[in-house]
Design a protein around this ligand. Structure first.
Ligand code: ADP
Ligand code: ASP
Ligand code: MG
Length: 430
């Protein structure tokens, strides 16, 4: 990215930060303060409070499998409401503001409804309005497909991605994500009360954290930020504080002396498991299954296949998917016509992960994770690893216990004495 950024800041406010009239006025005051401080401001707003959940419920009350184009027409309304109301609040504070839908703001996507990808940002209209000294409010989480000219949405939590994409297109100095916690923590502060706020996280760590359930930043927003060199500053909309900077590893290496080998414990309770029993253990079968799932737009997370022990060469294959994709996944498998003898589903499974860039050079971390869970009698059902993450699928009911136990075992608490990256891994058996 270029050294000289523009004087534009992008500020994104999440659902809780615009929930009621007082919150909208508070967000408006922050936006106006940034403008009065000399920045040109583009603010991206989410739908108010639980609006999106309520809209999803309304759709499901009408139809078991709502049409995805119409779903996007419905869901995109929430963010428009927030923006129009916030523009009114800003007008009352003596500033000029204009609210824009994602489409009006030039957010161009592919046409995969409810999970669209941003393919272009045509920010001319935003730039024009900024030049007219207006504060620009953009409805998050939505865009328009140039193929169909239809409204699309970007997947749950997608306003983060709108904000980062606009920051990239406008060469903004920073993308500020205002939310209901004061930054990115070493675990969800709603589960671990003494979780530590990270002053910085690398894109790589944040990618793994978001991918494994830390919904404070949508996964795609972090990917987009990494690919375009956008600095994310995650902070509270309710109090002033330093928040968390999500930046490149090089920047962290230069500025941060404290480099723990485990950074955070993350969790998810939003996944389901599909198990195919009695599939043929021969080349091409897995390819067929996972190509069909990919074609149906289903993101598969953890996969496990066991070696057949009998003579019949039949194996069992399990994989996890986002719960909202479970029906599509099972429909897709059914469409493959008897690829397995049976299909089992667990609608609600839990997953706990530890993430840390320093893990690359520290053997024995996985062993410690398994030991800690074992001591708590938490059964590990599936395991997946990356160089900087270890994830275990466990019973959903045990997720809070597992998160707390791992957080304590890796000494991630706020007041833990944290040495610099240790030369040797701490007490682990491998
Ligand atoms: P917004 O509506 O502002 O987009 P979200 O609900 O999407 O907010 O994300 C913020 C929530 O993310 C927090 O309230 C917190 O419970 C949850 N969260 C999960 N893991 C973490 C973490 N490691 N650090 C901070 N917040 C986390
Ligand atoms: N309102 C959408 C959601 O609840 C998008 C967002 O908040 O980022 O998922
Ligand atoms: Mg969010």
């Amino acid at each position: 990215m270029s050294e000289a950024k523009s004087d534009i800041v992008v500020m994104k406010f999440g659902g809780t930060s615009v929930a009621g009239p007082e919150e909208i006025k508070r967000a408006a005051r922050r936006i106006v303060a940034a403008r009065e401080g000399g920045s040109r401001v583009v603010a991206v707003l989410s739908a108010r409070g639980k609006t999106t959940d309520e809209l999803v419920e309304q759709a499901l009350e009408i139809s078991k499998r709502p049409d995805s184009r119409e779903m996007d027409m419905l869901l995109s309304t929430g963010e428009r409401i927030s923006c129009a109301l916030c523009a009114m609040a800003i007008h009352d504070m003596g500033h000029q503001a204009i609210s824009l839908t994602g489409s009006q703001a030039g957010i161009v996507t592919d046409s995969s409804h409810t999970r669209a990808k941003i393919i272009d940002v045509r920010a001319d209209r935003i730039s024009e309005k900024l030049d007219e000294d207006r504060i620009v409010l953009v409805a998050g989480f939505q865009g328009v497909s140039t193929d169909s000219l239809d409204v699309t949405t970007l997947g749950r939590g997608g306003s983060d991605t709108t904000a980062v994409a606009l920051a990239a297109a406008l060469d903004a100095s920073v993308c500020e994500i205002y939310t209901d916690v004061s930054g990115v923590f070493s675990a969800d502060p709603r589960i671990v009360s003494d979780a530590r706020k990270l002053s910085m996280a690398s894109y790589e760590e944040m990618l793994e954290m978001s991918a494994s359930g830390a919904k404070v930043l949508q996964l795609r927003s972090v990917e987009y930020a990494r690919n375009h060199g956008v600095r994310i500053h995650c902070r509270s909309s309710f109090e002033d504080g330093p928040g968390t900077l999500v930046v490149s590893e090089e920047e962290i290496g230069k500025e941060n002396v404290e480099q723990p080998f485990v950074t955070a414990v993350t969790h998810s309770e939003g996944e389901s498991r599909v198990t195919l029993t009695g599939i043929l253990d021969e080349p091409g079968v897995a390819g067929k299954i996972f190509t069909a799932l990919a074609d149906a737009g289903v993101n598969v997370d953890v996969i496990i296949q066991n070696e057949p022990v009998g003579d019949d060469a039949l194996a069992d294959l399990s994989f996890t998917v986002d719960r909202s994709d479970l029906t599509t996944a099972t429909d897709t498998i059914a469409g493959l016509g008897g690829i397995s003898q049976g299909v089992r589903t667990d609608e609600r499974i839990g997953k706990v992960s530890i993430v840390g860039a320093g893990m690359r050079s520290h053997p024995g971390v996985a062993a410690k994770v398994f030991e800690v869970l074992g001591e708590r009698e938490i059964n590990i059902e599936m395991i997946s690893t990356s160089p900087i993450k270890i994830s275990c699928v466990i019973s959903a009911d045990r997720v809070p216990d597992a998160v707390k136990a791992l957080h304590e075992a890796f000494e991630l608490e706020a007041d833990a004495i944290r040495p610099e990256a240790p030369a040797d891994p701490p007490t682990v058996t491998s």
